[in-house]
Design a protein around this ligand. Sequence first.
Ligand SMILES: Cc1ncc(COP(=O)(O)O)c(C=O)c1O
Length: 397
Amino acid sequence: MYYFSRAVNSVHSEDIKRLMRQSSGPDLISFAGGMPNNDLFPIQQIDEIYAGLTESVKKSCFQYGPTSGHPALLSSVRQRLLKKGLPDTGNRLLITTGSLQAISIITQEFINEGDVVLTENPCFVGALSVFETYGAEVHGIPIDENGIQIEKLERKIATLDKKPKFLYLTPNFHNPAGITYSLERRKKLLEYLDGKDIIVLEDDAYSDLYFNPEHESMVRPLKAYVGYDVDIIYTGSFSKILGPGFRLGFMYASPEISEKAETVKQALDACTSNFMQILASEFSNEHYLDPYLAYLRNEYRERKSMLQHALNKYMPETVQWTEPLGGFYFWLRFPKGFSSTELFERARVRGVVFVTGRTFDPHNERDNCLRLAFSNMPRKHIEPGIRILSEEIRDLL
Ligand SMILES: Cc1ncc(COP(=O)(O)O)c(C=O)c1O
């Protein structure tokens, strides 16, 4: 008999473990994994980069580094953030071991058991599992195709007896909903939050993966908007643009928040892998990153179009979705009463898997929706997978 802490009781963490188990197998057509495609990784460039390092830099790859991050990577990330319009003063950058660690650090910084965190509904399940692990009381606010519903946010805040510690948002190429906040919704949200003293945790893991250069201006981060009194902690990741195996992310926040974050990180892992930081900074500084991103955008746009085409061809009319402008996901919505968990059981028998809607609901209830990821599967699986899924859907509707 073990006396485990309450931290091990996250429902969403259990969901993630179960899904990982059920969703991998050599014979499965899997729309489940929200990860990049193995065949697209820049293996050769990384070989060349490592081979070209001086012996002293190679040695420092194996060494501990500063908690805040490797100086060369800090400077190249900072340059990229400035290009996205983020303010160059009044903030500090911290490199983290994946952006999930940034979310976890921020949660540890602010959350005592029972504190309130507001999220979107649906919400990235990894963040939900972090909030639950640290004992937060999580309230999900519905989103529509333009972003979080401000009236519902307002109503929720009015009914709470505690001030939320922060509001967690993913405005660009949402995981799982595939939506991107409209410019109007971004402004309205900032106007609403102006002076309310509610911290925003802005998760921007996907904004480099737009399908069309025309949409680059749509992904301007909330933190880049000026003239609003809203404290925004911005997080980003190398996972979707270089590979999750690098475990590299970052947070950009006020000096006070960053300083405390560094204290938390010191106790977690002291520093992020120097090895990975050096490879990633060389990859950015040697001008590999921009052409590689152009290549990825093209690849994912093509996969997205194939999935969109198959959905149009096979899905019944009552199934709805929003065409994503970037990122990895389609979010299918079904009439009330539909259970994506039941669909999952049937589709799995026929060798097709996805992630059920309930998984992304902070309250673990809403199940008449599901997530399809097109990033990680061979192209030839897309059409047969959707055909099988649509047959099972028609049967259940
Ligand atoms: C919205 C969102 N944020 C953060 C992450 C975590 O990324 P990382 O690998 O950097 O921890 C993911 C990964 O799926 C994600 O979808």
